[in-house]
Design a protein around this ligand. Structure first.
Ligand SMILES: [Fe+2]
Ligand SMILES: [Fe+2]
Length: 176
């Protein structure tokens, strides 16, 4: 994800903070089970709004959307609930990555209890945490896989049966 996209997400998060638009929980309930809705509600408001924009973008891509893709659209970032990170913390790893990807990787293996290290740990590990939480909640293996790999270089998965879906999820995530 480029710094420009992340900065745009930061501005949107700031707008969400100031204007507090309501979250369309009806749309959420149409895609998720009751326990998944409860999980979704643990996200910060700005993250809920981001996830809903991702869902809308995914639904607009095609007349058919597999249920697992809709679940992943709403819960791909759910791992972030483990260690909430503020607005500046969210932008920090993306900016540092432009200077030194190696430093980001090194910091991401640090202790998330440390407030300065935490954004880096969350940045790199939240897809795996999202996948774990979806699985623990009884979600489908496809939804868990899509969440686990939403930040990967999609080329890696060219021969995977969910390749078309990971492309859809990433396109929607990047634009929102
Ligand atoms: Fe993410
Ligand atoms: Fe996202």
């Amino acid at each position: 994800m480029t710094a420009v996209i992340r900065l745009r997400q930061g501005v949107r998060a700031l707008i969400a903070l100031i204007f507090a638009p309501s979250v369309d929980y009806d749309a959420v309930a149409r895609a998720l089970t009751l326990s998944q809705v409860a999980l979704f509600k643990r996200l910060l408001r700005a993250e809920q709004l981001h996830s809903l924009r991702v869902l809308r973008a995914v639904l607009a891509q095609d007349t058919v959307t597999p249920p697992a893709l809709a679940v992943a659209a709403l819960l791909h970032d759910i791992g972030k609930v483990r260690y909430p990170v503020g607005l500046i913390g969210k932008m920090l790893p993306v900016l540092v990555k432009r200077i030194s990807p190696r430093l980001v990787r090194r910091l991401s293996d640090g202790n998330p209890e440390n407030r300065f290290i935490r954004p880096f740990v969350v940045y790199l590990h939240h897809p795996a945490w999202s996948s774990e939480l979806i699985t623990k909640d009884g979600g489908s293996p496809d939804a868990a896989w899509l969440a686990a790999h939403h930040a990967d270089d999609a080329d890696r998965w060219r021969n995977h049966p969910l390749y078309a879906q990971i492309l859809r999820l990433q396109a929607a995530d990047d634009r929102n």
